[in-house]
Design a protein around this ligand. Structure first.
Ligand code: PLP
Length: 432
């Protein structure tokens, strides 16, 4: 389809949705206090942020970043390969490597570009890449750029992964086999069965394990040191990738490994490292300060899990369907895209910020409201959110018992179904 046609099609769908007032994306935040925000003149409790430790509003992180601007300026002036490399980057690489249990690291300008650049230069077309089906877009984009054979394994299914590794080794004995998973899955909040995945090295010692720990860093493991150390599996993990855009209160990303030679190769060969500007000093310093804080105050991570457990128990008491999450990301499963959009809008009108995730970000028909918690959430904010959720869940009939009753009614066509919030204003939302 020509570009003009594609745009026309997209814009028609966009206008249809906008006319119903239910497009929740790209809403500009006017003010933020971290766990609360102001949007369109409304003050909302934020349960949609990845700032898990609330450090983006910690005065120590803000002060250090502001001072870094005065010391280093606002922009790096070039790629790290050329003029943009700072001692701050090198210091951060040493600190990060030690933090996650690896010998060295390479810092990038975003998490996305870390996956894109690292996977793009580690993998060749002769290799086979096995990736959890629910992997992040940046992982798939990185792999696609290599033209290697991609095969997915069923979500968090170690046996399925093992079967596929064996098949790949039989079919392509000369290539490497990469096994890629997230530590904490960004939409479902599931924690990877990473101990068992890493143990596949007993059977297949030469597989290369690549862990995207965007949502595990600062969240899992001793003092927030991530998923690999949480499972005591850092030594078996060849590559640990992380981002600074979540618990590390900044932007940027890194890839850590033990092999100096491979790290040098990544540093010099990754296209997103060489042909993209360096991470600015303010962002680099923010991460260094977060690491200082985390090393001194591991109780922040404990508090994060207390907040999350309280919300998880509250949601279970309401009867919400929340999947298997064991992390600060708790999905509220809705089902249809339409209902998820309407529910998110109702949350907004009732003072809660949380956004829907629909296909392709989640499997078809499993649209959800992605909620995520911060160690800085206060009891009063949690009480408020639970009260709103309890009320709206009944109204929208999204509790497990409502869904079950509605399914029974649907199976008996002579009974009149309840009017549900799904009934009005159906829109074709599949453009996203
Ligand atoms: C699992 C995962 N990997 C990578 C990224 C990309 O990170 P960044 O936003 O720092 O570019 C994200 C961001 O959402 C993510 O969730």
């Amino acid at each position: 389809m020509r570009l003009s046609k594609r745009c026309e099609h997209f814009n028609a769908l966009h206008a249809e949705i906008a006319s119903q007032g239910i497009n929740p994306y790209f809403r500009p935040t006017a003010k933020t206090w971290g766990s609360e925000v102001e949007v369109a003149g409304k003050r909302l409790v934020m349960i949609g942020s990845n700032d898990y430790l609330g450090l983006s509003h910690d005065p120590r992180v803000m002060d250090a970043s502001a001072k870094a601007v005065y010391a280093w300026g606002t922009g790096p002036g070039g790629s790290r390969f050329l003029s943009g490399n700072m001692v701050l980057h090198q210091l951060l690489e040493e600190r990060l490597a030690a933090f996650v249990g690896k010998k060295g690291a390479v810092v990038h300008v975003t998490g996305f570009s870390t996956n894109l650049g690292a996977l793009g230069c580690l993998i060749t077309p002769a290799d086979t890449v096995l990736c959890d089906r629910e992997g992040h877009a940046s992982i798939f984009e990185g792999i696609k750029s290599t033209r290697a054979r991609i095969s997915t394994f069923a979500h968090n299914d170690v046996q399925n992964a093992a079967k596929k590794i064996a098949e790949a080794k039989r079919a392509r004995p000369d290539g490497d086999v990469f096994l890629i998973t997230e530590g904490v899955f960004s939409m479902s909040g599931d924690v990877a069965a990473f101990g068992e995945l890493a143990a596949l090295k007993d059977e297949f010692p030469d597989i290369i394990i690549y862990l995207d720990d965007a949502h595990g860093l600062g969240v899992l493991g001793p003092g927030g040191r991530g998923t690999a150390l949480h499972f005591d599996a850092a030594a078996r993990t060849d590559f640990i990738m992380g981002t600074f855009s979540k618990a590390m209160a900044s932007i940027g990303g890194f890839i850590a490994a033990d092999d100096e030679g491979v790290l040098r190769y990544l540093r010099y060969q990754s296209r997103t490292q060489i042909f993209s500007a360096a991470l600015p000093a303010a962002n680099t310093t923010a991460v260094l300060t977060c690491l200082d804080i985390l090393e001194k105050e591991p109780e922040r991570v404990t508090r994060l899990h207390q907040v999350t457990n309280r919300m998880r128990e509250g949601y279970k008491a309401i009867g919400l369907r929340i999947g298997q999450s064991a992390s600060p990301i708790i999905p509220i499963i809705i089902g249809s895209d339409e209902k998820a959009f309407q529910f998110s809008q109702a949350l907004f009108e009732n003072g809660v910020f949380a956004l829907p995730a629909i296909y392709p970000a989640v499997p078809r028909g499993q649209a959800l409201i992605r909620t995520a918690y911060m160690s800085t959430h206060e009891d009063r904010q949690m009480d408020f959110v639970l009260e709103v959720l309890d009320r709206l869940a009944r109204q929208f009939r999204i509790r497990a018992q409502d869904v079950e009753e509605d399914e029974i009614r649907a199976a008996q066509p002579n009974m009149t179904p309840d009017a549900t919030a799904d009934g009005a204003g159906r829109a074709k939302l599949s453009y996203l």
